[in-house]
Design a protein around this ligand. Sequence first.
Ligand code: ZN
Length: 249
Amino acid sequence: MRILFDRNWTDWLPILVWVIEHPEGIIVVDTGETARITEPGYLPSWHPFYRLAASFDVKPADEIGPQLRKLGISPEDVSTVIITHLHTDHAGGLHHFPRSRIFVADGEYRNALGLWGKLNGYLPHRWPKWFAPVPIPFVPAAVGGFARSFSVTTVGDVMVVPTPGHTPNHVSMIVKTGGLDYFLAGDTSYTERQLIERRSDGVSTKPKVTVATIGRICDYLSSTPTVYLPSHDPDSAVRLRDGQVTQTI
Ligand SMILES: [Zn+2]
């Protein structure tokens, strides 16, 4: 209720996506938002969240296609896309990847479909017609406290782990580089501070699940030097650039 009726706004927040230039192929994590979101009628005006609680400022040049090209990467060269969850600010750029293999957790995809999905704020009618994601084939291979995982690469340095909370089938990525890990957290928390303080967000329908996931991430961070990177933390980009390790208590 606070999300809907709190009249205070945060400053503008980033919608971050991640690109991994891996010898086995280029991997993109989340696709950001489309500039179409500012067109009248794009968002369902009947939905209280979009009516009251969210505001978007996305220009065509901000979309992931042009942003990748600025880095010298063509979206056609992206072999794999992993979606942390299908909320519009993570799935709004899907149309840039008609040729990529796109992984989504099975339950996440099913929950986002149809009227039920729309009631929960997903925009399945805005997905490209060709969108048919590959269900993430989790196996019972533990990574830290995460009981299941899926290795995107054969060498096992880019892994998907389940991080339920923000949505029931939300996933995060762990990227291992020599001695330093990167935790691509999606919306597991909005900021590093929220993680350290072990607070649930207001979107999770089961705050206890969110806090349990946050605890598992904190355990991972305390056992392995890791840069923690949520999608909407204004400081994520600086932490990535500086390799700034997150200290948990
Ligand atoms: Zn988000």
